[in-house]
Design a protein around this ligand. Structure first.
Ligand SMILES: [Zn+2]
Length: 150
């Protein structure tokens, strides 16, 4: 899902919340959480391609997914750190500490609802999959690297 859709939908929802009395700080945090977590795509790109070029990163995820499939590979697996179960658990637990984290958590949930909905209706989703867990991703790739050495 393009960030602009997260921004527009987040803005619509936060204006409604604000209209019903949500305080300004929580409204801003909720709104930022609606789209800022997609920064993990850029973080992934930086580590994978060893480049800080934001334009190329955008192009990579927007247009080049097919080009990056290796021969015989059906899907690319990405690790988007803020889209993992560990991150949501951390935010969920922090939401009990302070309402600040609660509104960040709720913004993240809204972000993910949009991502999942888009994933169901989009063709792009068939080209890649997201690692649901950081621990599982690391474990699986360590195992794969071990098997390649043998
Ligand atoms: Zn996302």
């Amino acid at each position: 899902m393009l960030p602009i859709f997260h921004i527009i939908l987040g803005l619509i929802l936060v204006v409604i919340f604000y209209f019903f009395g949500l305080n300004f700080l929580y409204a801003i945090l909720f709104f930022l959480a609606c789209f800022c977590f997609d920064i993990d795509h850029y973080i992934y790109y930086i580590f994978k391609k060893r480049s800080f070029n934001l334009r190329k990163a955008y192009k990579y995820f927007r247009f080049d997914l097919n080009k990056n499939l290796k021969k015989g590979q059906k899907k690319i697996e990405f690790l988007f750190i803020f889209h993992t179960i560990e991150f949501i658990c951390l935010l969920f637990l922090l939401s009990f500490v302070s309402p600040i984290f609660l509104w960040i958590f709720l913004g993240w949930i809204f972000h993910m609802l949009i991502d999942w909905t888009y994933g169901l209706i989009s063709k792009d989703n068939k080209k890649y999959k997201r690692a649901f867990s950081l621990i599982y991703y690391v474990w699986k790739n360590k195992k794969r690297a071990k098997n390649l050495k043998k």
